[in-house]
Design a protein around this ligand. Structure first.
Ligand SMILES: Nc1nc2c(ncn2[C@@H]2O[C@H](COP(=O)(O)OP(=O)(O)OP(=O)(O)O)[C@@H](O)[C@H]2O)c(=O)[nH]1
Ligand SMILES: [Mg+2]
Length: 184
């Protein structure tokens, strides 16, 4: 992924997705709280509202907003968008490709958030992380990644929005680092 030199400061990155998608785990890799590939998924607590931190992203100090995905919080972001969606440079949307139960809600949530991002931060780069693409996961005929894309691609096309996609998993730390330009 390229970083544009003339990007306005301050840089703000949001990471969004349903509860349990793996957002905070992903950030823990970037901040070296998780340094090595674990043997099993680390034990995590749900993020309460928005958790803010700072990372070095393409050598620039970047404000990261981790938007906890539980329903109450999701409703809050959608109801008060002006508090959350201004001046975003990078919009990471995380989809748990093993979570059949939440897939449709995730599509609906993406649609809501995407429209707000387009309104408040029209130049934000859109990046999808198809997370929990674990090495031992056998994608059956459910093909959640394909189903998700099928549902949201028309919207992206209509808005003439380019996007980037990565398959990521905690069981391959490099896959996460690559998605954030930490490694190539
Ligand atoms: N199998 C698998 N589990 C993962 C992976 N990444 C994270 N998990 C697990 O998914 C669960 C939820 O992770 P979190 O990072 O807390 O999810 P979240 O998106 O931050 O959830 P909220 O804060 O509620 O929005 C935890 O049990 C993690 O260990 C992965 O790549 N594969
Ligand atoms: Mg979290």
């Amino acid at each position: 992924m390229e970083y544009e030199e003339n990007e306005e400061k301050p840089i703000k990155l949001v990471i969004v997705g349903m509860e349990n998608a793996g957002k905070t785990t992903i950030l823990d890799v970037l901040t070296d709280k998780i340094k090595e590939t674990p043997h099993k998924p680390p034990s995590m607590n749900p993020t309460k509202g928005v958790e803010r931190s700072t990372i070095l992203f393409f050598q620039k100090e970047t404000k990261v907003w981790d938007l906890g995905g539980q329903e109450t919080y999701r409703n809050e972001y959608l109801s008060n968008p002006e508090k959350y969606f201004h001046t975003i440079s990078f919009f990471y949307y995380v989809v748990d490709i093993q979570d059949y139960y939440r897939l449709f809600s995730s599509v609906m949530y993406f649609r809501g958030i995407f429209n707000l991002i387009k309104k408040y931060s029209p130049n934000a780069k859109v990046i999808f992380l198809f997370h929990k693409t674990d090495p031992d996961y056998i994608p059956d005929d459910k093909n959640l990644k394909g189903k998700f894309l099928e549902k949201i691609e028309p919207l992206l096309k209509l808005a003439d929005t380019k996007y980037i996609m990565y398959d990521t998993t905690i069981f391959d730390i490099k896959s996460i680092k690559i998605a954030f330009g930490f490694e190539s």
